[in-house]
Ligand binder design. Structure first.
Ligand SMILES: Nc1nc2c(ncn2[C@@H]2O[C@H](COP(=O)(O)OP(=O)(O)OP(=O)(O)O)[C@@H](O)[C@H]2O)c(=O)[nH]1
Length: 210
C-alpha cells in the first residue's frame, strides 16, 4: 500500500517540554517513542526518511536515512516538511509526500490511504488529518510541487506555522475517529510532549489493542 508515496517522520525538534535531549528516543512500552511511530507509518509509504537535526548517528538503530533541515536554527516542523519535499523531488519518483510526527505513538494505520483518497478528489491540494474537530497539520499529504511556495513562505516571509501554509495553499480535511479504551476515548494523534504525557502513553499502550 502507498508504495508510490514518499514519507518522512518528523523528529527534529528540541524537546524543551520534555526537559531537552531527544524525546524521540525515550523508552516506551518495549520500544522507543519514535519506534512506535515508525512501526505504524513505514508500512503505509514507499521511500521513507527521518527528518532530524543534530548527530544522525543516534538514529542508527532506526535504520532510516536521516535528513537534516535545509533551513538552519530549528525553524520548526515546516522546515522538516520543506526538507522532505526537496528530498522526495530529488531522490524519489513520487509526486507526493506523506508526513507524520515521530512523537505520536498511536498514529492511524490507515493515515496515508485516507489522505490519498481525499487528495484525489481535489488534485494539487494538501490533505490534512483532523480528529475531534482539531487539525493535525504535521499529518498530511503534500504535492512535491508545493516546495517552491513553501520555501518562499518559510524563508522569505519567515512564517513558521504549518497550518498557515496549508491554509494559504488550499487543503482538504480528513476526519479520523477517536479510539476507544474502556469508557474513555483517545485521540490517535495524542502526542508526547512532557514526562506526564509519556507516562500516560505507557498506560494507554497497555490498555489499547494494537
Ligand atoms: N525537522 C524538524 N522537526 C521538528 C522541528 N521542530 C519540531 N519538529 C518535530 O515536529 C513535531 C512536533 O514538534 P513539537 O513537539 O511541537 O516541538 P519539539 O521541539 O519537538 O518540542 P518542544 O521543544 O517541547 O516544543 C515533532 O515530531 C518534532 O520532532 C524542527 O525544527 N525540525
Amino acid at each position: 500500500m502507498g508504495q508510490d508515496i514518499a514519507g518522512i517522520i518528523l523528529a527534529g525538534g528540541r524537546s524543551r517540554r520534555m526537559g531537552g535531549g531527544d524525546k524521540s528516543l525515550l523508552a516506551l512500552g518495549g520500544d522507543s517513542l519514535l519506534g512506535h511511530a515508525v512501526s505504524r507509518f513505514a508500512p503505509q509509504v514507499g521511500p521513507l526518511a527521518l527528518s532530524a537535526n543534530g548527530d544522525p548517528a543516534r538514529f542508527a538503530g532506526i535504520g532510516l536515512p536521516v535528513l537534516a533541515d535545509v533551513v538552519e536554527g530549528f525553524a520548526g516542523p515546516l522546515a522538516g516538511i520543506l526538507t522532505g519535499l526537496e528530498w522526495a523531488a530529488a531522490n524519489t519518483a513520487s509526486e507526493t509526500l506523506a508526513t507524520a510526527a515521530g512523537d505520536t505513538p498511536l498514529l492511524p494505520r490507515d493515515l496515508v490511504e485516507r489522505l490519498v483518497a481525499a487528495a484525489g478528489a481535489r488534485p494539487g491540494s494538501i490533505a490534512v488529518a483532523c480528529s475531534g474537530g482539531k487539525w493535525h497539520p504535521t499529518f498530511a499529504l503534500w504535492p512535491t510541487e508545493a516546495r517552491a511556495a513553501l520555501r518562499r513562505f518559510l524563508v522569505d516571509e519567515d512564517i513558521r506555522r504549518v497550518s498557515a501554509f496549508i491554509d494559504r495553499h488550499g487543503f482538504v480535511e480528513v476526519e479520523f475517529s477517536l479510539l476507544k479504551s474502556g469508557e474513555h476515548e483517545i485521540d490517535p494523534f495524542f502526542n508526547i510532549n512532557t514526562p506526564d504525557d509519556l507516562a500516560a502513553a505507557a498506560r494507554l499502550l497497555q490498555s489499547i489493542k494494537p
